[in-house]
Design a protein around this ligand. Structure first.
Ligand code: MN
Ligand code: MG
Length: 657
């Protein structure tokens, strides 16, 4: 349905109570618009990441918090509320769930093929879109073939095929901007024409994140520099209003060249009237941004201009309302509002409830690819030459942690190329997420040797973390491992059957460090309490810490591949919080999928790079899943035997130190 369907000159009478009228809740701007005043609603989806069905393909089950098929209900409700509306997507639509991977890695995009997310967007009649950084993940050829199916223009001003002396001399990959000529209806029912200019921006960091696809083919420019150049041209070309499609977060108010999250300084550019933002997967307006310079959360503005960020994966629809007034043939913005509409709510018991229904035609547009994706996630995409299980992840180097470590290392090694950090040793930190405990005796990773399916990757990496690298010294590395070693109770030498694991220490804080070798001396007290408070800075459990066979000294330097939780200070590990040198846009889960697809057969065999220090005549007990029994013989670097039943369905094992 297009705007003109809602051209309804008798609307005012109708609102004051015409009999039989349907009760549509009209926005106050629409209700109050007078002759020569126009209410325009601009809707935003952002960071859809191929989420059309409300479905979690990793877990292989429905999920209420995602899906354009649901956001679509808000879109259609708003079209019914407003006399004039537009629908914009703000980028990151092509990649980010197994349906995206299925199309890229399995089905492929041939000339004339339709990408499912584009099919869904066509169904909803998007007016325009811009590119996000993830549009480049599968290469330019894949991108251009996907965009060819779009019934709407896609703009991007700062991705450049041939760099000119200034942005306006560039040959850009896509049109930098588009001017949409729209017929709009004012408060008295009279039609006017309005030229809406839309210009798009992406973080220049795509040149690092997707170097292998982009180097030598395109370059990028700073977002603000690009806007300052093009916006005046759009004005000269007759734009009545200009909307920036900023696939960039709301961050610092200070413009620095090449900044990733540039929406605040972008809002200062003269001529821009409103901003669609994204990339951060957050919601604006929201309390998240209360203390940000230049932001008015109440008004929903950045530097006085309306802005919105509609969450991610279809979680919210963003809406900017503009009240426009015509004065002497010129349109100006007289008032604005900004809001987001969620598709689900979280209940007190952490369950979710859908707030809107699916739009069946959106589901229909993607049904065949959805079915093919289900088949894809359940089928082998690679092989593992060893079983991937976590039954012994807390007592020995372990294949389920090793594979995460290897994939992170593979990815970060690529990202460090050509940077000032190239050549430094790269280590990788990973912890077991599914390791029994309160999760119960079945709560372990257990993928047998042989075929690996996409849905197994969710089992290997439980959280939607993103990849990070930190740069630390040898002293911080030792501290990091001391923090991890708080997993264990202090053990008295010479005594039998002592309880090994500290139950108040969560397994996700037991980081194993690959790329160095070390031993854990359980006879010593822990340096840190379970939540990370320093207890005794002289306490030392980590001994014989070596890099390439040489002792690690305090001043050595290392890069550590990890995730956003740890790098940001989660668990209070020494060497984290302010040492980040690389923020990857990719989830650790995506990195593991890419690694498996790239390698075909993976070899997750643990390399036993850490073990407990020997303590003759001492034994400890620990509980794990009963299915562990079948894997005891394969555990390296530790002497383990069955020791009967543990409580609550767990099996007990004895380790001779
Ligand atoms: Mn995104
Ligand atoms: Mg290892």
């Amino acid at each position: 349905m297009k705007n003109s369907t809602f051209l309804n000159p008798s609307r005012r009478t109708f609102l004051t109570g015409a009999a039989g009228a349907s009760l549509i809740a009209l926005h106050p701007f629409t209700v109050n618009a007078a002759a020569g005043q126009v209410h325009l609603r601009i809707m935003e989806t952002t960071d859809l990441h191929v989420h059309v069905f409300p479905y979690d393909y990793y877990a292989d089950k429905p999920r209420d918090t995602v899906g354009l098929s649901r956001t679509a209900s808000h879109i259609r409700a708003i079209r019914a509320e407003a006399a004039n509306s537009m629908l914009i997507d703000n980028g990151d639509f092509l990649q980010g769930n197994p349906m995206g991977d299925y199309i890229a890695y399995e089905r492929g995009m041939k000339e004339g093929d339709m990408h499912p997310v584009i099919a869904a967007m066509n169904t909803l009649g998007f007016d325009a879109s811009t590119l996000g950084n993830h549009e480049f993940n599968y290469g330019l050829d894949f991108l251009m073939k996907s965009l060819a199916g779009a019934n709407f223009p896609v703009v991007s001003a700062n991705v450049v095929k041939e760099m000119g002396a200034g942005p306006r001399d560039d040959v850009t990959l896509l049109k930098p901007y588009v001017i949409l000529d729209r017929t709009i209806v004012d408060g008295a029912g009279a039609e006017h024409s309005l030229k809406v200019g839309l210009i798009g921006f992406v973080p220049p960091q795509i040149m690092t994140w997707d170097r292998r696809h982009l180097e030598g083919k395109v370059g990028t420019r700073d977002i603000v520099e690009t806007a300052r150049a093009w916006v005046p041209e759009m004005k000269e070309a007759g734009c009545d209003i200009i909307v920036a499609l900023s696939h960039s977060g709301i961050g610092s108010a200070n413009h620095t060249d090449g900044m990733e999250n540039a929406s605040v300084p972008l809002a200062e550019v003269d001529g821009i009237d409103a901003l669609m933002t994204g990339h951060s997967h957050l919601v604006f307006p929201s309390a998240t941004y209360e203390d940000f310079e230049g932001i008015d959360v109440e008004a929903g503005t950045i530097h006085g201009k309306p802005a919105v960020m509609g969450g991610f994966w279809g979680s919210h629809l963003g809406v900017i309302d503009l009240m426009l007034e015509n004065e002497g043939g010129e349109w100006r913005v007289v008032s604005t509002a900004s809001e987001t509409r969620p598709i689900s709510k979280r209940n007190e018991d952490r369950s979710t409830t859908a707030l809107v229904e699916d739009q069946p035609d959106v589901l229909d547009a993607v049904q065949a690819d959805h079915d093919a994706t289900l088949e894809y996630i359940r089928r082998a995409v690679g092989k593992t030459s060893a079983p991937l299980h976590s039954y012994f992840a807390l007592v020995a180097d372990d294949p389920s942690v090793q594979i995460v470590s290897i994939a992170q290392l593979w990815y970060i090694s690529e990202m460090m190329k050509g940077t000032e950090h190239e050549g430094l040793p790269i280590l990788s930190a990973a912890a077991p997420f599914k390791a029994g405990g309160r999760g119960g005796p079945e709560y372990f990773t257990d993928v047998p040797k042989g075929d690996v399916a996409i849905k197994n990757v969710a089992d290997l990496y439980l959280y939607p973390n993103t990849v990070r690298a930190v740069r630390i010294n040898g002293a911080q590395l030792k501290g990091w491992l001391e923090r991890s070693a708080g997993m264990f109770n202090q053990i008295t030498p010479g005594e039998a059957d002592q309880v090994l694991l500290n139950p108040s220490f969560p397994s996700y804080n037991f980081d194993v460090m690959d790329g160095v070798t070390y031993e854990i001396d359980l006879s010593q007290p822990s340096r840190f309490a379970p939540k990370g408070e320093l207890v005794d800075e002289t306490a030392t459990r980590i001994i014989n810490l070596m890099f390439e066979g040489q002792p690690v000294t305090d001043d050595m330097e290392f890069i550590v591949a990890t995730n956003n939780y740890r790098a940001g200070g989660g668990g209070h590990f020494p060497g984290t919080g302010d040492t980040v040198i690389f923020e990857g846009p990719d989830t650790n889960r995506d990195v593991i999928v890419r690694y498996i697809v790239d390698q075909g057969t993976i070899n997750p065999t643990a390399d036993a790079n850490w073990h407990f220090a020997p303590m003759p005549g001492t034994t400890v007990l620990f509980d794990t899943g009963p299915a562990a029994t079948g894997y005891v013989d394969g555990v390296e670097g530790v002497e383990i035997e069955a020791a009967g039943d543990g409580p609550d369905g767990f099996a007990r094992f004895r380790i001779s130190l």
